[in-house]
Design a protein around this ligand. Sequence first.
Ligand SMILES: [Zn+2]
Length: 427
Amino acid sequence: MQLQIKTILNAIQHFPGFVYRDIRLGRELRGRGRTIEIRIEPHAGIPAKCSRCLQPAPGYDRLPERSWQFPPLWGLVTWFLYAARRVNCAEHGVVVEHVPWSGGKRPVTIAMMCFLSRWARRLSWRETARAFQTSWECVYRSVEWFVQWGLAHRKLENVESIGVDELHWGKSQRADNFLTVIYQIDGHCRRLLWVGKRRTQATLRRGLKELGPQVVGGLRFVCTDMWKPYLNVIAAQAGQALHVLDRFHITTHLNQAVDQVRRAESGRLRAIASTRAAQLKDMRWKLLRRGSRVRGRARDRLNALVASKLATARAWILKETFAPFWKYKSLTWAGYFLDDWTWRALRSRLEPMQKVARMLRSHRSLLMNWFKAKGEISSGAVEGLNNKIRVVTRRSYGFRTYEAMEIALYHTLGRLPEPEQFAHKFC
Ligand SMILES: [Zn+2]
């Protein structure tokens, strides 16, 4: 008794109504590689099904043989060969039959698309194509199919908190190089819900529309930056939700302000050849980290800088003294703290810090919402997802188009469901 490939195929992927007929070792058209060709025949006793309604229908004629690429067996490129029938459906007329391993017009089986898609999460698309002897285009189209299947089958229930953010990708600063992303940031599920080009009101409106009125109406918390177009749309469309300016974004603004002060001052000191310029050299990361996390020799340099009368030192102190704000339990005390801090920042004569202070002051009520939502939303969720997006967009070096990158983002961060019957057997 010999184990046959047919037996294995039937065990891992059996299609009712079809049988694996003969399996041969072939040769690639060009080149000297070997291939495996698996010829499939319809089961004599089972009628074909209409591809549109999936109902059995009488046969009409047969089309010429086509091939579909299957996951490679023993490293050999493997093909399914089959001549599809056309059926005469009572409802749809003469149409091609339903071919269960085929996901459309492309010469790739669903199993292969799932196989490539799963590997495309671990390797870059280019590496995936090389590893499995196929093209970048084939990997791209496979992931695209996989993502579209996932988006069509995902469930958008219990979405209570979302984070909306804008991200930059690529090199240019054109409007098209910004993305609007909508994340779900609930404790039980963190994922990318939607991504779209640009960061305008229209973009966010389009995103919310695609999520649907049920999702938008069910929101309890929305986390955003102080980006005006988003504030407007959220207020108009998700008025019932508590709108929170989150810690991560405020911290980013403070850090940027400190950095601006440092750069300007460093330039000024170097221009007059001051010896104090050395104090600001290589200090960028030491200044931007949370103060309590700077240790060792870096700490000594930071302490020396803080003791100086430099503007950078004053900016850094302002940034650091804002941190306790997030720890308050009482709304009233947090409010006093905020007013006191903004008052000091406005008197600091440091233009970038004053700018942050004015911004915080004009968004005071949204900022105070942080305390109303306390414990219910995670401050790190948006930041964490943003970092993951950066990994993908950086790997996206090979992505030639925005569309390809968008698909890669849904693929890696969307937590999309997968067509299990095809996906789980091969990797
Ligand atoms: Zn039909």
